[in-house]
Design a protein around this ligand. Sequence first.
Ligand SMILES: Nc1nc2c(c(=O)[nH]1)N[C@H]1C(S)=C(S)[C@@H](COP(=O)(O)OP(=O)(O)OC[C@H]3O[C@@H](n4cnc5c(=O)[nH]c(N)nc54)[C@H](O)[C@@H]3O)O[C@H]1N2
Ligand SMILES: Nc1nc2c(c(=O)[nH]1)N[C@H]1C(S)=C(S)[C@@H](COP(=O)(O)OP(=O)(O)OC[C@H]3O[C@@H](n4cnc5c(=O)[nH]c(N)nc54)[C@H](O)[C@@H]3O)O[C@H]1N2
Ligand SMILES: [Mo]
Length: 683
Amino acid sequence: MLVTVEGEKAIAIRGDPDHPNTAGVLCTKVSRYLERTYHPERLLHPMRRTGPKGSGQFERISWDQALTTIADRLQAEAARDPRAILPYSYAGTMGVVQGESMATRFFNRIGASKLDRTICASAGSVGYRYTIGAKIGTDTEQFENAKLIVIWGGNPVASNLHFWMRAQEAKRRGAVLVAIDPHRSLTAEKCQHHIALLPGTDSALALGMMHVLIRDDLLDHDYIARYTLGFEQLKQRAAEWHPDRVAQVCGIPVDQVELLAQLYGKTAQQGEPVAIRLNYGVQRCHGGGMAVRNVTCLPALVGAWRHAAGGVLLSSGDSFPKQQALLERPDIMPVDPARPARTINMSTIGDDLLRPGSEAFGPQISTVIVYNANPVAVAPQSAKVAEGFAREDLFTVVLEHFKTDTADYADILLPATTQLEHVDVHATYGHLYIVANNAAIAPLGESKPNSEIFRLLAARMGYTDPCFADTDDDLAAQAFDPNSDTAPGYDWSRVKQAGWIKLTMPPAPFAQGGFPTPSGKCEFYSETMQHDGLDPLPAYIPPYESAASAPDLAAEYPLAMISPPQRNFLNTSFVNVKSLRDTEGEPHLEIHPIDAGVRGIHHGDLVRAFNQRGAMQFKARVTDAARQGLVVAPSIWWKKLAPDQKNANELTNQRLTDMGRAPTFYDVLVNVEKANTAAASPD
Ligand SMILES: Nc1nc2c(c(=O)[nH]1)N[C@H]1C(S)=C(S)[C@@H](COP(=O)(O)OP(=O)(O)OC[C@H]3O[C@@H](n4cnc5c(=O)[nH]c(N)nc54)[C@H](O)[C@@H]3O)O[C@H]1N2
Ligand SMILES: Nc1nc2c(c(=O)[nH]1)N[C@H]1C(S)=C(S)[C@@H](COP(=O)(O)OP(=O)(O)OC[C@H]3O[C@@H](n4cnc5c(=O)[nH]c(N)nc54)[C@H](O)[C@@H]3O)O[C@H]1N2
Ligand SMILES: [Mo]
């Protein structure tokens, strides 16, 4: 991003036309970054809570008062049992410096509980790594050369615009685009083919593709023999997945299974690059890890990895040689055999805040420090999360730009800087550039970077370890390994000057195998999975909440609900930016005309979606963009900006995926009724 500054003020923001991946294009929401930065409700000084928890009533205090209050509390807790202290952070800024470096050092030094950061990507990461060894994939910039692009569980028009630019270019050059998505998303609308399967059934579709590829011999036998493991066992497993069975499980016509497999296998057999952009939509049901694994097996079957523009991209995260231990310093954690280190899963924060201390759990959570996150709005089963944060005996500190749903529960609220005001360096998960974040303007008001806040707290706690003296430039300099193959000679001062550097990666990373798995091959059969108690072969795991696995529940709540991101929001960031929120209108629910018809629901009606966990009101949008049996609740709204102070996480559950301990946001059954009948019903 290029920021124009006049005097002290940033007056314009645009994409850098020289950056190869983004080519000067900013997505809708980030193009409003100035509106967000100079928002009249920006937090500009520390505050202390004056009203009841959740009320959002605060009074101004000084930094000195704030830091003293927090350090006193942390010291008292640490003396009792530091594991009662919990950091909670995720995607607010994805920078290395303002994310997990100084903050994590601080919590390690205390001996606080660790946070298992599972809320977004951990199911797929595990499934992908079992299969090909690391989160390394096709270079985004190569996709424009592909002849077939399968966009599997992603909506890049809304959530990954710079990938979509490449996919569009490929289409202009004659490529076929296929979207696999229960919802006719903005992306699916623009693809030549759209397969609207039921949520959580992607594993079965991938098995059906394997079945057809093997049946019709659309395989690259040479690639399979040299670079894969377990083809014979896979063949037997795939034989069980006749397209008729697949069609039934996925709720789609059988010819769509055939079409997809034939397109994929035949295009590859013609020697053309076939590429899969695999995204997060497939990971948010019970079998989310397995779904990613199954899809990740496909390129090896047809030899797609031979081409720079073939293969699959889930995340490019492992291509970055991040020096995590150097940044986070787990070595400074105190070791106390009586108090083994504890890890809390961020995806079950609702239950865990409400859990009493016990032998098995360890101490009750007494103190939470939230930065870069908005758990009250984004974590599943929101009512429990809010109940947890409302605990009178819980001490909560929130570092924020705004008074979010979570900030309303803070005892102490601290103003943080935005990306315009601090220094950072970014690894990415969609492309292969290390990106510098230089400060454009001075911190607004009394706001401070996260790193500085944790540095000051460390000083108040009396920590004299030299690592707490590292500046933000020091941290950025430590971010990547200069002796690595992908960022050789990494030098922060140069990156800072240049703005970015591209990693050095071979154009077709697995053209000659070399998968970073235990066998060095693409593992159709995974001994590691067997060792971990999982099916070693690609399998289908139905959603927790589906007619197949919970018929009684499905009788009561017959509609599957997904809540994918809206185009104008970034998770809950930007929801309070008026121009963006006005574009999205108010929380709405897409419902198929047949499902609406039987419920007497018309376009624009106020409806109530409900299940065993809660209820929420939406404006109905009657549209066949939502397939029959599915409702779509674009997300993630600030609860307090919704008419009934709720968002879709009122209805989601805290059950975890098959691998990676991740949430199952899209594994949810609900029923829907007109809201005016709601007054009479019990909840
Ligand atoms: N505008 C915008 N951009 C964003 C974000 C944002 O909030 N707003 N969030 C960012 C973050 S943190 C992430 S993780 C990514 C997420 O972005 P994506 O990777 O695109 O993932 P999702 O948005 O979760 O879902 C994408 C699509 O998957 C579909 N889907 C839902 N369930 C299933 C299923 O079971 N199978 C299949 N095949 N499809 C399914 C949804 O209908 C949706 O269209 O986007 C990033 N970019
Ligand atoms: N129902 C449903 N729930 C979901 C999802 C979904 O698709 N559906 N998506 C899930 C996914 S993929 C993700 S990644 C999570 C995201 O969940 P979160 O990581 O909580 O992301 P945000 O909601 O954007 O909240 C981030 C907060 O950090 C603040 N912030 C930004 N930069 C900084 C900074 O430099 N310092 C400090 N102190 N604060 C900063 C922002 O103001 C914002 O309030 O939500 C998950 N929840
Ligand atoms: Mo995410």
